[in-house]
Design a protein around this ligand. Structure first.
Ligand SMILES: Cc1ncc(COP(=O)(O)O)c(C=O)c1O
Length: 396
């Protein structure tokens, strides 16, 4: 029998999706499930974006340029200017989601055996992108006790080896909701310059920042032009996960030239979705004001309810729409599966993401789950009640 590649065997299963068969079985058996496991918002996509596709009179759905359509990239550059990020359309390559941007970037800047330092816990697919590129992840461990703040810069610096090529952060963070301060970004930038590393920031949650805080992008740091690469997406910003449109932004010409070669090999990002994404840039501010107010309300409710459960520890997120909760259990993989297979209250149960998959350090996150507050407040209250009752009877 022909064999599978070593790389293929090493590819991790998605910790978010691996429980899906159990959820499907539970649903088939008549249980209703509160899905807190996945970052698929229930927020409506802006009307302008949907309308642009509906009203379109395109007769041939052709390829676009490999780097994305000019009109979209020009409008994107204007969007970034509003955030004091001074880039031109020539600094932007449109990708099939942030996912493809990360894949192209990893292959463009790192060779097999190279290392990327990532603040941990991190978006689980970073492991998959690293494995695809043969790159080793070196975790900079952040802890729930410190609200997942970055470890000290000295600790961070100790992780740098001759094989380190890049530092990757997610700002604001999935799965922690951590928002990096300007000072933290500047310290990381200084480290990247000192050791001649790339500083990569996944900013797909840029708009989702709460409590009067402002987002500070690595592209705003002066002197970091050759080191900074931002990964972005319309998936969360406009609740357009299915559009599959993202982008990579950098001033580093060599990075752009190399990423473009990967982009050319896959020909074009999706054409219809670029039309929708371009129109989405006209989304009124009132849309975001409403969405942010909604997320703040949900976050406050979720954290308040979780804190009422004995033995539960939770860090208050300052952005994005996730939180990590530490539960009085030993194995959250087992707990999450048990919730789907063995537990319900009046036919209702909950699906959470076991947090082990968001860590590369063995043993970390095993008593934690990631909860996405992508459901209405009433559903969140019911879901946390189910978790609370479940913890009373669950045996590790
Ligand atoms: C931090 C982060 N980066 C990237 C992605 C993937 O984005 P896209 O849908 O644009 O591929 C996600 C999706 O959940 C995410 O949370």
């Amino acid at each position: 029998m022909p064999t599978i590649s070593r790389k293929g065997l090493l590819m991790p299963e998605s910790p978010i999706r691996k429980l899906v068969p159990y959820a499907e079985k539970a649903a088939k058996n008549g249980k209703s499930i509160y899905y807190l496991n996945i970052g698929q918002p229930d927020i409506k996509t802006p009307e302008v974006a949907l309308k642009a596709v509906k009203d379109n009179t395109v007769e041939i759905l052709s390829y676009s340029r490999s780097e994305g359509s000019d009109t979209y990239r020009k409008k994107l550059a204007a969007y970034y200017k509003k955030y004091n990020i001074n880039v031109s359309h020539k600094d932007i390559i449109v990708t099939t989601g942030a996912s493809e941007g990360l894949l192209f970037l990893f292959s463009s800047i790192m060779d097999p055996g190279d290392e990327v330092i990532i603040s941990e816990p991190f978006y689980a697919n970073y492991i998959a992108f690293s494995t695809s590129s043969g790159v080793n992840v070196v975790p900079a461990v952040c802890s729930i006790e410190d609200n997942f703040a970055l470890p000290s810069i000295e600790t961070f610096e100790k992780l740098i080896t001759p094989k380190t090529k890049a530092i990757l952060i997610c700002n604001p963070g999935n799965p922690t909701g951590y928002l990096y301060s300007k000072e933290e970004i500047e310290k990381l930038a200084a480290l990247a310059i000192k050791h001649d590393l790339f500083l990569v920031s996944d900013e797909v949650y840029r708009e989702f920042v709460y409590d009067g805080n402002t987002h500070y992008s690595i592209l705003q740091v002066e002197g970091l032009e050759e080191h900074a690469v931002v990964i972005d997406s319309v998936s969360k910003r406009y609740s357009m996960c299915g559009a599959r449109v993202g982008c990579l932004v950098s001033k580093n010409r060599k990075v752009l030239k190399t990423v473009l070669k990967f982009a050319q090999a896959r020909l074009s990002p999706p054409t219809y979705a670029q039309i929708a994404s371009e129109a989405a840039l006209d989304t009124p501010q009132s849309y975001f004001d409403d969405v942010i107010a909604e997320y703040v309300d949900r976050r406050d409710t979720l954290i308040h309810e979780l804190q009422k459960i004995e033995g539960v520890k939770v860090a208050k997120p300052k952005g994005a729409f996730y939180c990590i909760a530490e539960l009085p259990i030993k194995n959250s993989d087992d707990f999450a599966q048990w919730l789907l297979e063995k537990f319900d209250i009046n036919g209702e149960t909950v699906m959470v993401a076991p947090a082990g998959g968001f860590y590369s350090t063995p043993g970390l996150g095993l008593n934690q789950v990631r909860i996405a507050y992508v459901l209405k407040k009433e559903s969140l209250i019911k879901a946390v009640h189910i978790i609370k009752e479940a913890l009373k009877v669950y045996k590790d």
